[in-house]
Write a protein that binds this ligand. Structure first.
Ligand code: NDP
Length: 322
């Protein structure tokens, strides 16, 4: 019998790649969006799978709609990717970020508990939850110290999942993902912005790349490979949480220098704008992916330079202004 997987956040970067992967595994895929009228289908269309996914409009803050959804589609798996996902935006809209990112998770888990507790649930947790870390690399046992409203919301949702798993024996796994990038990344995220604007600079269409604090370091990976780990988590008999990361960090400055050199741009084309600095900033973070490698057999081996090469190549290939 065909298994049914529901993905919330289907319009996002990870939603599109995960839908592609699950369709390839033979799943019937239901994709959730908050608004059919305003939805941008860019990712699903780009991957050529728009007509293969059943799209459903839903308000995840309304538990009755979720219960109805489960009764109608009888899913075996639910991948919860919907979230206000920008740290920067969360400082501007802290309450809305917290409200959606936490209440939606409570509603989903409560609905699963009532309709079919056997539904397997994946939660998109974030490395941002660790915030001010004392020891690197981060492991599954590191202490959480969130430094943004986004991180606080993700930490609350993370503990909500642990609570339902421990209290009701539900099959819930949290993937604590570190930054991961792709051609489908939203334009305001750092790596996508740097590559897009650098291409414009290289063609004489823009003079300056404006950035905030570029001395911070992050652990970056490749989204199409990270969604494989999400799938593998829900295939395990025993639910638990995993760090999904490359295991190395790189400064944002080094990323800019790498992209500039590839595109033949002088360093002077990058300028710092104090307006782009955040009220609080994590200096460095990278994780230990040993658990995911050994238990999930998730074999990730791309360096950040290889990821940047892939992204630049795909961006240039799709650059309509050539
Ligand atoms: P995106 O920002 O690309 O996608 C987020 C999705 O959530 C979109 O489909 C968006 O819908 C939906 N969404 C946002 N706000 C709401 C809302 N208020 N109501 C309903 N839907 C909403 O994120 P990614 O695909 O990159 O990430 C997927 C998940 O993984 C997110 O939860 C993110 O926080 C988490 N994560 C991502 C990391 C990364 O590096 N990419 C790292 C760690 C965690 P719409 O199109 O309508 O805006």
């Amino acid at each position: 019998m065909t298994k049914t997987a529901i993905i919330s956040g289907i319009t996002g970067q990870d939603g599109a790649y995960l839908a592609q992967l699950l369709l390839g595994k033979g799943y019937r895929v239901i994709g959730l969006t908050r608004s059919l009228a305003e939805t941008n289908w860019g990712g699903l269309e780009y991957l050529g799978i728009k007509n293969d996914v059943i799209i459903q409009e839903i308000d995840l803050l309304d538990i009755l709609q979720i219960i109805q959804l489960f009764e109608e589609y009888k899913p075996s798996h639910f991948y919860n990717l919907a979230a206000q996902s920008s740290v920067f935006q969360s400082f501007k809209h802290p309450i809305a970020t917290f409200q959606f990112n936490t209440l939606s998770v409570f509603n989903l888990l409560e609905a699963i508990k009532r309709v079919d507790p056997k539904i397997r649930f994946y939660q998109a947790s974030s490395s941002e939850m660790y915030g001010r870390v004392n020891n690197l690399p981060i492991t599954e046992n590191s202490v959480l110290h969130p430094l943004s409203p986004y991180a606080i919301s993700k930490a609350a949702a993370h503990f909500t999942c642990i609570h339902y798993r421990e209290s009701y024996g539900m099959h819930i796994s949290c993937g604590v993902l570190f930054n991961h990038e792709s051609y489908l990344r939203q334009q305001h995220f750092f790596v996508k912005k740097v590559i897009q604007e650098s291409i414009r600079i290289s063609k004489g269409e823009q003079d300056i790349l404006w950035v905030g604090n570029i001395d911070i370091k992050r652990d970056f990976g490749y989204a199409p490979r990270y969604v494989e780990a999400m799938y593998l988590m829900l295939e395990q008999e025993k639910p638990t949480d995993y760090l999904i990361c490359s295991g190395h960090s790189i400064s944002l400055r080094e990323i800019i220098e790498y992209v500039f050199e590839k595109l033949g741009i002088p360093k002077s084309a990058c300028q710092i704008s104090p307006e782009l600095h955040r009220p609080a900033e994590i200096e460095d973070m990278y994780g230990d992916n040993t658990k995911a490698r050994s238990e999930l057999q998730w074999n990730y081996n791309l360096t950040i330079e290889q990821v940047l090469d892939l992204l630049i190549e795909e961006e240039l290939k799709n650059d309509k202004t050539n």
